[in-house]
Ligand binder design. Structure first.
Ligand SMILES: *Cc1c(COP(=O)(O)O)cnc(C)c1O
Length: 389
């Protein structure tokens, strides 16, 4: 039997291994030159003046919430169609999480629904503090409209950009920090590039950058300008309650080496997506992602919707039949508000976000990654079509 096919997979080559081995031989395992070098590379790629690399994407989101001063009374909104971490970061600071339904075409937060929601809060005398918008699957949100709303209603805008490294919005690869107050990356192996575990915060705002850098390492400063005293070289001060969310030089060396391959990774993902686009066209059973000309999708995922109501086959059966063929797909995502924790503590329920729930009922994520062969992509696509039609 052929090798199993998953929805995503990392790619490591000899140059990655050599880059890591070099750090191991160098003597500096963490907080050496590689962290800064990786941060600079990310700054260049994303046209961002500041970058802080951290231990993972969730830590990046947590630090942003802390740096933006979220607290118990704060209201922070995200999309229900995302990984739990985009919402959990709101809970870490004790703030109140809420969701805004997605747009049916883009699968990202719908700005009209968002404005409606913010107005409702205003009638109740409350303000929304921040919005964590997710470039789901690698498709940029409607950032122009989101920025307009952020200025109009003065809330902070975060781009959870974990799916979208290499995406372009209005032909701009540096869109993430242009429109949002900060953007977050993850370098988990399933994402575009990997550091094993890792993440980053990018921003245009020097104060925000200073805060997250301080909080990344225990809230400790060695900068004489920020200390109340300076009795000698040994001295440092803890000025905030921070965490150890540092990333190592070993990881960042891998990240730098992986970034060199990003253009190839993206090219392959886009070629696979184009194949699926063509393969699944011409049937009302399949709904493919629609990508306008001024957007470049990064295809962390290829979300195919299947109208199971038109079929005899259920999604459960489809997954079981594909597993027999050694094809193991996933669904992205179970709407976050429907997880037991969110139901239990915040009272969310079925029907709260109908577009997200409808999307969830139809979505399957097709395999899309650099090392996926043409044969594997067509084998998977043929099987799905054969089972559905
Ligand atoms: C992966 C991911 C995260 C979290 O990243 P980790 O590095 O795994 O902590 C956050 N948001 C989204 C949308 C993600 O896909």
């Amino acid at each position: 039997m052929s090798a199993p096919i998953y929805y995503g997979k990392h790619f490591i080559d000899e140059s990655d291994i050599e880059a890591v081995a070099e750090v191991l031989r160098s003597g500096l395992l963490t907080q050496g030159p590689k962290v800064k070098e990786f941060e600079n590379s990310l700054c260049n790629l994303l046209s961002s003046p500041f970058c802080t690399a951290v231990s993972n994407g969730t830590a990046a989101l947590h630090l942003l919430g802390l740096a933006l001063g979220w607290k118990k009374e704060s209201i922070v909104i995200t999309s229900p169609i995302t990984f739990a971490a985009s919402a959990n970061c709101i809970l870490y600071s004790g703030a109140m999480p809420d969701f805004c339904d997605i747009n049916e075409i883009s699968y990202t937060i719908d700005p009209d629904k968002l404005e409606h929601k913010i107005k409702n809060y205003r009638y109740a005398g409350k303000n929304v503090d921040a919005v964590v918008a997710v470039d789901y699957a690698g498709y940029p949100c409607d950032w122009k409209s989101l920025r307009y709303l952020a200025d109009k209603y003065s809330f902070k805008l975060i781009n959870d950009n974990c799916h979208a490294l290499g995406a372009e919005y209005l032909e701009d690869p540096g869109y993430a920090v242009k429109y949002a107050d900060a953007a977050v990356q993850s370098f988990h192996p399933v994402k575009h590039i990997t550091t094993g575990e890792g993440g980053a915060i990018l921003t245009n705002n020097p104060d925000l950058d200073r805060s997250v850098k301080l909080l990344r390492s225990h809230g400790i400063t060695k900068d004489p300008k920020e200390m109340t005293d300076n009795p000698g070289f040994w001295y440092y001060e803890m000025v905030e309650l921070g965490f150890n969310y540092r990333i190592s030089d070993i990881q960042c060396a891998l990240g730098i080496s992986q970034l060199n391959k990003l253009p190839l990774f993206l090219k392959r993902r886009r070629a696979i997506a184009e194949f699926y686009d063509n393969f699944f066209s011409g049937s009302s059973v399949f709904i493919k992602p629609e990508v306008p000309a001024d957007i470049k999708h990064a295809y962390h995922l290829y979300p195919l919707q299947i109208d199971f109501q038109k079929l005899k086959l259920t999604k459960k059966e489809l997954f079981e039949r594909l597993a027999i063929e050694n094809i193991f797909l996933q669904v992205h995502y179970i709407p976050v508000h429907l997880h037991p924790y969110y139901r239990k503590y915040f009272g969310f329920k079925e029907g709260d976000f109908p577009a997200a729930e409808e999307f969830y009922s139809r979505e399957i994520s097709l395999p899309v990654y650099f090392s996926l062969t043409d044969d594997e992509a067509s084998f998977t696509a043929e099987k799905i079509k054969g089972l559905c039609l």
